[in-house]
Design a protein around this ligand. Structure first.
Ligand code: NAP
Length: 254
């Protein structure tokens, strides 16, 4: 008999895991924050919007009788991951995270690694640069602190309100982005700095590979330390863990 599984999503991996689970007897709900104006079609039923913190998530897990919670949110979505760990602890419902590993520096990469987006702003320096901001829209406004650079801002949805910067252009686009495409973008816009998050995965690695080829420095915001849930790195590992955790006769909370 299938179990009732809640996936916290908003990532390619969450969608792929949901698609794999849709072929099983498990009943799966995929939860999205509701940030994207036109979210992609999903292979399982979805619910949209916050739960109301860790306590709200715990209430939803209990009220809807979930047997397993999977945090497959973006590596930089730290609040929801923290909530997931707390709600799992509070309810005793088994939980784990599906989190793609970060990118590793390769020979030829010109990376400056920083801990926060504010540090990324500072790392751009005093010399005017032509910057690709590939960080999403939520923290783009921090770059108003460095108005002497020219910015090309790429995001899924528009940056609202628009940035108060003298030289800023916007591209609305949803990944994946391959290396050839990224190479062309960097050359066309004469980009000489990239600001990105170390998200890991293939979908947005194209800009990192293209920057290496073009010898463009990348300011890379690293992840903060991981939340408390046990973590797997790939969808097949997640499926194996689900089988293990939900195996008949297994006690809860493992
Ligand atoms: P966040 O700061 O960790 O979360 C903020 C609040 O949004 C959470 O406290 C929660 O509200 C709600 N929330 C977030 N993810 C949710 C989900 N999957 N289902 C239901 N509620 C959710 O997250 P964020 O950085 O704003 O990211 C929002 C979503 O976009 C995430 O689902 C993430 O996977 C996706 N995303 C984020 C990034 C990024 O770079 N941050 C990139 C790509 C995709 P309540 O406390 O009210 O429950």
């Amino acid at each position: 008999m299938g179990h009732h599984i809640l996936i916290l999503g908003g990532t390619t991996e969450a969608r792929a895991l949901a698609a794999a689970l849709a072929k099983t007897t498990h009943r799966v709900v995929l939860s999205l924050a509701g940030r994207t104006r036109a979210p992609m079609a999903q292979p399982v039923p979805t619910r949209i919007g916050g739960f109301g913190g860790a306590a709200g998530l715990a209430r939803a897990l209990r009220a809807e009788g979930f047997d397993l919670l999977i945090d497959a949110t973006h590596p930089f979505a730290t609040r929801i991951s923290d909530n997931a760990a707390k709600a799992a602890l509070e309810t005793g419902i088994p939980a784990f995270a599906l989190r793609r590993p970060p990118w590793e520096r390769q020979p030829g990469d010109l990376w400056t690694c920083v801990g926060t987006m504010r540090e990324a702003v500072a790392a751009l320096g005093d010399t005017p640069r032509r910057v690709l901001l590939a960080i999403g829209r939520q923290e783009a406004a921090l770059f108003e602190e460095a108005p002497h650079h020219a910015y090309l801002v790429r995001s899924v949805d528009p940056v609202i309100p628009p940035l108060t910067l003298p030289d800023v252009r916007y591209i609305l686009a949803t990944g994946p982005f391959d290396e050839a495409e990224e190479h062309a973008l960097l050359v066309t816009h004469r980009i000489d700095r990239i600001v990105a998050k170390n998200s890991g995965g293939d979908a947005t690695y194209g800009k990192i590979a293209a920057a290496r080829a073009l010898k463009i420095p990348v300011i890379l915001v690293e992840r903060s330390s991981e939340a408390g849930l046990p973590t797997v790195g790939t969808v097949p590992e997640a499926l194996a863990r689900i089988d293990h955790v939900l195996a008949p006769g297994r006690k809860r909370g493992v």
